[in-house]
Ligand binder design. Structure first.
Ligand SMILES: [Zn+2]
Length: 256
């Protein structure tokens, strides 16, 4: 039997099957880590560990969802794409989340494009396997339903934020949300990506990054943001960051 995946700290979980390459990799995804032993043992053999370099497209708008992804490291951005090709980020997800949520509701296609913004890894599951497993694994099903609600919460708040708050505040919010998911102080990003994420022009992002840099909150060089003063960023952002976190905590308590 495998002994290679230190997913524990919880007695309710067990090591995975030794029959796949999964057992070389630490399970960090919070949904997988929360599964009771029985469900974990049912789900794990169906998972395949995959490396996710930056720019990998996980789901494509208006296309069928072939696979779901339990993100294990890195950051995925959920984009709404317009007919002319312009896109704006409506949510982001990392180690706490799952990509392919329409499957949980019995849908087969994606309404959004999901693309890796910060390279990482995931445990991939075939859509048909997930749909079958949901019938056998009530904790997994509930976790994914809650994940859907969390993404909806982000989307509604981000829609209001994009309309009502200035780009400096939005950039600060985005950096805080990203750091919460990937850890560390350095977020590798291009200006072009940031512009997509914040629904604004590239020039506005340059100005906003300059403002935050001048205030000593971040360092910004080509393609890389270093967070220097997290508390300062929290003061500089709009109410949306707190609002999302407050509601998330409330829901966590309600489901405990
Ligand atoms: Zn806001």
């Amino acid at each position: 039997m495998s002994t290679a995946v230190p997913i524990t700290k919880s007695t309710s979980q067990s090591p995975p099957s030794s029959s796949s390459n999964n057992n070389k990799h630490v399970v960090s995804n919070k949904i997988l880590r929360k599964l009771p032993r029985k469900e974990y043992n049912t789900v794990f053999p169906r998972l395949e560990w995959v490396d996710l370099p930056v720019h990998t497209v996980l789901n494509q708008e208006a296309k069928s969802i072939e696979n779901g992804y339990f993100i294990n490291a890195g950051l995925a951005s959920i984009l709404t794409v317009m007919v002319g090709g312009k896109s704006v980020e409506v949510g982001l997800t990392g180690v706490e989340g799952f990509v392919g949520l329409p499957l949980v509701a019995g849908f087969k296609s994606s309404s959004t494009r999901v693309i890796i913004q910060i390279g990482g890894s995931a445990f991939k599951i075939a859509a048909k396997d997930l749909v079958r497993l949901l019938r056998e694994c009530p904790v997994l099903e509930r976790s994914l339903q809650q994940c859907s609600q969390s993404m909806a919460l982000q989307s509604t708040q981000v829609a209001a934020c994009n309309r009502l708050h200035d780009v400096n505040q939005r950039l600060a919010r985005w950096l805080l949300m990203s750091q919460d998911r990937v850890g560390g102080d350095v977020v590798g990003l291009t200006q072009e990506f940031l512009a997509h994420m914040l629904g604004t022009r590239r020039a506005s992002v340059t100005v906003a990054a300059g403002v935050l840099q001048k205030a000593g909150l971040i360092g910004y060089t080509r393609g890389e943001v270093t967070i220097r003063d997290r508390a300062g960023l929290e003061s500089a952002t709009c109410e949306c960051y707190d609002s999302i976190n407050r509601q998330s905590k409330l829901w966590q308590n309600e489901s405990a």
